[in-house]
Design a protein around this ligand. Structure first.
Ligand SMILES: O=C(O)CCC(=O)C(=O)O
Ligand SMILES: [Mn+2]
Length: 217
């Protein structure tokens, strides 16, 4: 599988802004582009995806007990982009045309700002139907993502914070990144090695859909 990965460059100006990108952290690089999609496009896209994605809520085994995941999800991508996740192998759904059309836009937004990017050939889509739906602490560091994956994440709908913490769990080092609808978050090289992230339950109404674009090798 070919990769268009390019190395880290001068990600942003000293002020941490480049073409609307906000540099949240320099090393490892974590950057947010709030208005990647217009509010109107984000709303239309969310409505289409709610209706048209084949959502599933599989059960996973934790400490010997079966649990339904507290969200809905769909794995989508190129036909050979299989993904092992929570002990199962996910076969990709074929590309939804609106999601496929986001790939060159993401690539261009990263390229224009001189940010690292990858040949994204797959996406994990998660739908959270309300504030009680969530995702626990993890890193996107499965072997098939390669040794230092880059992940690009689009959020639609209810704004919620993605929480980050250092893997060594030193106290006081966690922080939130609020993800408004239509935003694009870049988790650059080193993010998965150094940090974990989670979407904690919150008293926030409304549906949120998140799409994390990845490169399975
Ligand atoms: O919902 C989010 O913003 C995070 C999703 C995530 O971490 C993942 O799909 O691996
Ligand atoms: Mn993740």
């Amino acid at each position: 599988m070919t990769s268009r990965r390019s190395g880290p460059t001068s990600a942003s100006s000293p002020q941490g802004q480049c073409g609307g990108w906000q540099r949240i952290n320099a090393d490892p690089l974590l950057a947010l582009l709030p208005g990647f999609l217009s509010p109107a496009l984000a709303t239309t896209l969310q409505q289409r995806l709610e209706q048209e994605i084949p959502w599933t809520s599989p059960t996973i085994r934790l400490y010997g007990k079966a649990h339904r995941i507290p969200r809905s999800q769909c794995w989508m991508g190129d036909t050979d982009a299989r993904y092992r996740y929570s002990g199962r192998t996910l076969e990709p759904e074929s590309w939804h045309p609106e999601i496929d059309a986001l790939r060159p836009r993401i690539d261009e937004a990263l390229r224009a700002a001189g940010l690292p990017r990858d040949g994204f050939n797959s996406v994990l889509i998660n739908r959270y139907d309300g504030g009680e739906q969530r995702m626990g602490w993890h890193s996107d560091d499965e072997p098939e993502l390669g040794n230092d994956p880059i992940v690009a994440s689009i959020s639609l709908g209810s704004e919620r914070p993605l929480r980050f913490r250092e893997k060594d769990r030193r106290p006081g080092n966690a922080f939130n990144v609020w993800l408004p609808t239509g935003s694009l978050l870049l988790m650059g090289p080193g993010c998965q090695a150094r940090w974990q992230h989670a979407l904690a339950p919150r008293a926030i109404d409304g549906v949120r859909i998140n799409l994390t674009f990845r490169c399975v090798r």
